[in-house]
Structures are given as C-alpha cells and as structure tokens.
Design a protein around this ligand. Structure first.
Ligand code: F0G
Length: 458
C-alpha cells in the first residue's frame, strides 16, 4: 500500500509502553475479558474507539484560552454557532455534552412508545436511546452492507425500496423522524452518497417527516463522496458537506469524532419551532441552551475543530492511514470488511474464526486474542453488542454482522503504529485454528442494548 506521510508533527508526546505477556494475561482475567474493563495503562495501542481520542491542534489549544464561562450567552457559544452556521448552514444550535446527550434530547423529546425510526443503521447508543424512548429503529440499509467482502462505493446508503415499505406500513404519526448515519459506523464506517441523501430528503419531505442526520463522521463521508461520486469530484469537501446538510432538517452530532474534540456534541436544527421543542429536555438534562454541559473552553475547541475537519490535506491522510492498515491486513488474507471504512478497519470475525459459533461471541474472542498478541485494544461489534431478544420467545437473535473493529484515533498514531497493528493481527490470523474457545456472559445485562459495555465474560 502507498504510504501517505502525516501532514502534522508532534510537539507534545504521550509516552506509551508495551506491557509484557504475563501482565497481559493477568489483566485479561481481572478485566473479565471485556475490553471496556481494561485500564488504558495496560494498553499499548488503543483502538477501542476513534471517539474523543484524537489529538487537538495548537489552534484548538490556543482557542481554549478564550473560553467564556458565562452561564448564559457566552461569547464561546456564539463562536460555535457561527462555525455551525457557516459550515453546516443551520441557524439553531444546541451544544450537548456528547453525541448520546444529543440523542437523549432528540429521541426523548420527539419519540413516543410504539414509534418506529427508519434508519440506515443505528450505532449502539443511538439504538439504546431509541429503545429507551419506547420506540424501535428499523434498519433500511442496502443489502450490500451485509456482504463484508463486497467492494461497493456507498455501502452506507439507505435502500429506498425498504424505506418506502416502512413508510407505507406505518402511519405517519408513528414515525417522528427518519435518521441517516453518515458514515454508517455499525456497517463498517461506510459512506452514504449525496444522491442517496437527496433521495431520502425528497421522500421524507413528501410525507412531512423530518430527516435527521447522525453526523458524527460527516467530514469523512464528504471525503468519500468527493472520491467516489463522479458528479461531486470537482467540489471541495466543505461544499459537499454543505450539500449533505442541505438534505437535513436537523442533525445530531457526536463532536468527539470528525469535529476533533475530546468531549462535546450538538444538535442543530433548521427551524426555530424544532429548536424550542428540544429546549426543555436540553435544559433539564444537558445544561442551559448556550452550553449544554460543556465548558466555554470546550465550545471554543469545538468551533475550531469543526473548521479543521474539512481540511483536505488532513482528510486525505486520515482516510489513507486507515486504508493503509486495512490493505496490509487484506494482503495477508485477513477477512477485512471492504472497502475499508473512514475511521476504522472492521474485520469479519465470523470469517476469521468460522469454527466459533455466533452465540459464543467470536468478535469478542478476537478482541481478546489481539490484545493478548500485542496489547492492542479493539472492540467486538457483533452479537454481544447488537443481539436482540425475541419478546415472545425470549430467544436471542444475533445481528447480521459479526465484526471486530480497530478504530483509529485522529492525528494520534503514526503509520508505523499501523504497521505494528497489522503485524500483530496477522500473527493472530496465522494461529486462528488453534483459538478454540468461546465466551459466555457471567450474568445478563439489565439494560437493553448496553450489554457489551458492562459484560462480565467467562
Ligand atoms: N452516533 C454514532 C454514529 C456514533 O458512532 C456514536 C459513538 C454516537 C452516535 C454517540 O456519540 O459517544 O459522543 O455519545 N460512537 C463511539 C464509537 C463511542 O466508538 O464508535 P457519543
């Protein structure tokens, strides 16, 4: 694979160390084989998530000194609002402490028990928030999303036929909103095309249903559109981003991803009416409308991060670095979900460990083995995270995909670190046939949709 050198250099470093094999064995046991229970000091390369784990720029650090900590109407809020207006085109902005805060505000305010939320696919907390509101997400993603080996440009797209069917089968008042996740994290960080977003917007508008984007990885999605959608090849990522946003009535954003901050989220709406619908819950659970649970300095770092995320030199390296890791793994035969996503390499754990039945959580076995091999922390996104229980029979229904994710923090690790990850995963692949165990839950999670976070495994 072609190496793309980093368009930044380090001026402050965080020392890392590789724990020895006996330490790794010991901490696997004490963490009950759950990656969320590991201490970060016991991890060498932490690819658990790309969320809140990136490195801020010197401009962001400098902006933090301008934080205005007023309870209401802080300058920092207006700086954030201006960045959102200029980049995304929404006039009404509600900061939240992170993405799930935005989800709580939106689904808690708009969804009722018995409602359905058509989506391409929800990620874990989004799904859990929909359940928490008594509603159900209905996946309408294209079938290609469930074929990990298939190379297709926009595997995050909504299948318009499936969406049409859902809209026809449910009364308008049971569908408070449609949501499209860009890029589609649960399906491998795959992008949604501009054409598809525009078609979803037309269908939503025709029925008077608001279209929301879960825009956590909106800039990476814009990059893929520029690279893969011929009609957009001459547009800048900023222009494409704006066109994506023009499709939506509102967005929820975890700003811990593309927006390059360690904490923060937002909701932005087109209309004042929707803004005021969301306001009470924001004030009750997040904070006053001009800070939403964030410090003024966080709002400043976020305003700056939003402007940086569309820098094309940055985006080119970002996506290439993830692709570089994925391509190295593909070359040695590891079943990598193709094409490689924007923020993470996803491995098809069912193909990697075909001899381990789904009910014994092969994606999570892979997490353990990659940690054991090289003190690298990834995460299983398979049955443990996404299984559903049939309410009538109590039977567990596994999701269609059993994925293991290596998410790459932004601007934090070097390409050399990626070489190391590739070597370690390749070593696990070499010995895959000798991995002959499965996992079971020591006890059931009491919270629907959150089992993987708190699971104690045996
Ligand atoms: N939407 C998407 C698509 C996400 O990937 C996440 C978080 C959220 C919403 C929630 O945002 O964490 O700020 O509350 N995803 C992280 C991950 C945690 O590891 O992919 P949050």
């Amino acid at each position: 694979p072609r190496l793309m050198p980093e368009p930044f250099r380090s001026k402050m470093i965080e020392p890392l160390s590789l724990p020895c094999r006996s330490t790794r064995e010991a901490v696997l046991k004490t963490s009950q084989y759950n990656m969320f229970q590991l201490k970060s000091r016991d991890v060498y390369l932490d690819l658990l998530t790309d969320s809140g784990t990136g490195a801020m720029s010197k401009e962001q650090w400098a902006a933090m000194m301008n934080g205005d900590e007023a309870y209401a109407g802080a300058n920092s809020f207006f700086n954030l609002k201006k960045a959102v207006q200029e980049l995304l085109g929404f006039d009404h902005v509600i900061p939240t402490h992170q993405g799930r805060g935005a989800e709580h505000v939106v689904f808690g305010s708009l969804a009722q028990p018995g409602d359905v939320i058509p989506m391409n696919m929800p990620f874990d907390t989004t799904r859990a928030h929909i359940f928490h509101a008594g509603a159900r997400p209905l996946s309408c993603v294209v079938d290609e999303a469930f074929q990990p080996g298939l190379d297709a440009p926009f595997k995050g797209n909504v299948d318009l036929g499936k969406l049409e069917l859902v809209l026809a089968q449910h009364p308008r008042q049971r569908i408070p909103l449609i949501m499209v996740t860009v890029t589609n994290n649960s399906g491998g960080g795959q992008p949604v095309s501009l054409e598809n977003l525009q078609a979803c917007a037309r269908m939503a508008r025709a029925r008077g249903i608001p279209l929301f984007l879960d825009a956590a990885r909106m800039a990476e999605n814009a990059w893929f559109i520029q690279q893969r959608e011929p009609s957009c090849k001459d547009l800048s990522c900023a222009q494409i981003l704006r066109r994506m946003m023009d499709c939506a009535d509102a967005i929820t954003v975890s700003c811990k991803k593309d927006a390059l901050v360690n904490i923060g989220g937002l909701v932005a709406t087109r209309t004042e009416a929707l803004y005021y619908q969301l306001a009470p819950r924001t004030i009750l659970f997040e904070g006053y409308l001009s800070y939403g649970g964030l410090a003024g300095r966080d709002l400043e770092a976020l305003a700056c991060g939003l402007r940086e995320m569309v820098d094309e030199e940055y985006l080119a390296h970002r996506v290439a670095q993830v692709g570089y890791l994925g391509d190295q793994l593909s070359e040695v035969g590891v079943p990598v979900l193709r094409p490689v996503g924007g923020h993470a390499v996803f491995i098809d754990a069912s193909a990697f460990l075909p001899h381990i039945p789904r009910r014994y959580y092969p994606a999570d076995v892979l997490s353990i083995e990659v940690y054991r091999e090289g003190a690298i922390r990834g995460v299983g996104l398979g049955a443990l995270a996404f299984e559903e229980t049939d309410l009538s029979t109590g039977e567990k229904i596994p999701p269609q995909l059993e994925l293991y994710r290596l998410a790459v923090p932004r601007r934090a690790y070097s390409n050399h670190h990626m070489d190391y990850v590739a070597q370690m995963v390749a070593a696990v692949y070499q010995r895959r046939n000798s991995i002959r165990y499965g996992l079971k839950l020591a006890r059931e999670s009491p919270v629907p949709g959150l089992a993987h976070f708190v699971a104690q495994l045996e």
